[in-house]
Design a protein around this ligand. Structure first.
Ligand code: AMP
Ligand code: MG
Length: 496
């Protein structure tokens, strides 16, 4: 007989984290959320999970995703981790409001499911365990937007809201995001067991990363070194992608760093409007530790924290440091590869790095809008390759700069490089690499305001556009325009 709870057909639960044992978590239950209603859901993710198209309408689904009903087969728990926050050791942290429901089999491989904002856990440190609608809309949309951009990220399946008051700087209301990832493991999980000298747990975590997550398979003197090398490479690749698209994370604490190299824990993030390497998107980050241009160096610092934790097992500081030293080159190569792609180039030339650096120098001086510059450049190259005279083709790009001669010289270099490669499809390729739509702060803000007054249409429409950000979506041209003046005054902090 069909039970009225849970998804049909029922997913196959594997729950491997729950098998790690009690040192790794506390079994826990969600706190019920009154009067839960749907805000939005991602059918794209449900399809990737192999779920039926009516999944979100099935009886009881909203109760499960609001934390009001247990999901048969799940083994909810809150995991323990530690971490460095703003460069300072913060001691024990943990899933303070993210409840791990379990792990299901899917065509993408096993996927863990979390409810974020499902009430306090033993790791909530006197906080309420809730997430407000505002920050939940941002996390929900940005997770799917990053996936649409092709950037490794945790995903978001659903967003439900409740009128339940939640107090932040002012009274707000509660929401729960259902997040999905192959693993939510953080650098902080390793740091935790190293900090309490639990070598047995640390060894199990290393084994789990290798055998269950498939990380660190390359031959190395110690499995910990192989793991560190793979995490270093994945993190360098992620940083290159963030820098290429103009994404600032905002809180790159080690507890927010994914072992799999996924974008994780969306808080005060921002896609840059005007290009500014010193841009700080987190209002709470008064020192600018997590400023845009610092992200790769911070990631390297965070990898040192992971390396330090692994020292307890590897016991060879030189070998650990040698692995960590691969980061700058790996990052630079990955960054250059992505920027070349954005420029429509397929071959490497010796002066590429210098020319790319020159590009970003004048973009900063001109405060060029990051997304609009790249999209206009892509169209310009496509038109120019289609036969339009270069002056005409590139005029929308030139319009973005006051210092005409400097940009003109750089554009000449680019056209010469493109000519030398002789590939006539560069512009078309660029249009699939340089997005038309990113989740700018003011778009998220507009969607949040509408949802707070009861209309979720903009959240849903934005989701659809951001899931295919390289398409033109002519009905939403305004979402691809320059930000309004008020966007500069939006202040996003850690408060969520
Ligand atoms: P974050 O800065 O969001 O990555 O959070 C850092 C730590 O604080 C994590 O362990 C979170 O689980 C916890 N935390 C953040 N906000 C809350 C909250 N409202 N209730 C409980 N724990 C929280
Ligand atoms: Mg976090």
């Amino acid at each position: 007989m069909r039970s009225n709870r849970g998804l049909h057909p029922a997913p196959q639960w594997v729950n491997r984290w729950a098998r790690l044992g009690p040192s790794f978590y506390t079994p826990w239950q969600a706190t019920p959320l009154p009067e839960a209603t749907w805000v939005a859901w991602s059918n794209a993710l449900a399809t990737d999970l192999g779920w039926p198209s009516d999944w979100h309408e099935q009886p009881g689904m909203i109760d499960i995703l609001a934390g009001n009903q247990p999901w048969p087969g799940s083994e909810p728990l809150a995991s323990v981790y530690s971490g460095h926050q703003f460069g300072v050791w913060a001691g024990q942290l943990g899933d303070g409001r993210a409840l791990w429901l379990g792990e299901i089999s899917s065509p993408m491989g096993p996927q863990e499911i979390q409810l974020k904002g499902a009430g306090p856990t033993p790791y909530s440190r006197r906080a309420d365990g809730r997430a407000v609608l505002r920050s939940s809309i941002r996390e929900f949309l940005c997770s799917e937007a990053m996936h649409g951009l092709g950037i490794p990220t945790t995903r978001a399946l659903a967003l439900v809201a409740s009128p339940q008051p939640v107090w932040r700087e002012t009274a707000e209301t509660a929401a729960v995001v259902t997040r999905v990832a192959p693993s939510f493991m953080r650098f902080g999980h390793f740091e935790h067991f190293a900090s309490i000298d639990d070598l047995e747990a640390l060894t199990r975590l290393l084994e789990f990363s290798r055998t269950e997550l498939g990380l660190g398979q390359c031959p190395a003197a110690h499995p910990g070194l192989a793991l560190l090398l793979e995490v270093t490479q994945r993190t360098a690749e992620l940083m290159a992608r963030w820098q290429a698209v103009g994404f600032c994370h905002g809180v790159m604490n080690t507890d927010n760093m994914s072992l799999l190299g996924l974008t994780l824990d969306y808080g005060p993030f921002q896609f840059m409007d005007a290009y500014d390497p010193g841009h700080i998107c987190n209002h709470t980050d008064t020192q600018g530790r997590y400023a845009f241009a610092r992200q790769p160096r911070v990631a390297h610092w965070n990898l040192h924290a992971l390396g330090q934790a692994l020292m307890a097992l590897v016991d060879d500081a030189d070998a650990i440091l040698a692995v960590l030293q691969t980061f700058p080159d790996t990052f630079e190569q990955a960054w250059l590869t992505h920027i070349r792609g954005k420029l429509g180039l397929t071959l490497a030339e010796p002066d590429d790095l210098a020319q790319c650096q020159e590009l970003f120098r004048w973009m900063a001086e001109e405060a060029c809008d990051h997304t609009i510059f790249w999209r206009r450049l892509s169209h310009a190259v496509a038109l120019w390759q289609g036969g339009l005279p270069s002056e005409q083709a590139f005029s929308p790009v030139s319009d973005l700069a006051l210092q005409g001669p400097r940009m003109a010289a750089w554009l000449t270099w680019l056209r010469q490089r493109l000519n030398a490669e002789g590939r006539v499809d560069a512009g078309q390729r660029m249009l699939r690499i340089n997005p038309k739509f990113v989740l700018r702060n003011h778009l998220a803000e507009q969607a949040i305001r509408a949802s707070q007054s009861g209309s979720h249409a903009m959240v849903r429409d934005l989701l659809a556009v951001l899931q295919s950000p390289y398409d033109e979506h002519p009905d939403h041209e305004d979402w691809a325009g320059f930000p309004p003046d008020w966007a500069q005054h939006i202040e996003i902090s850690c408060s969520s």
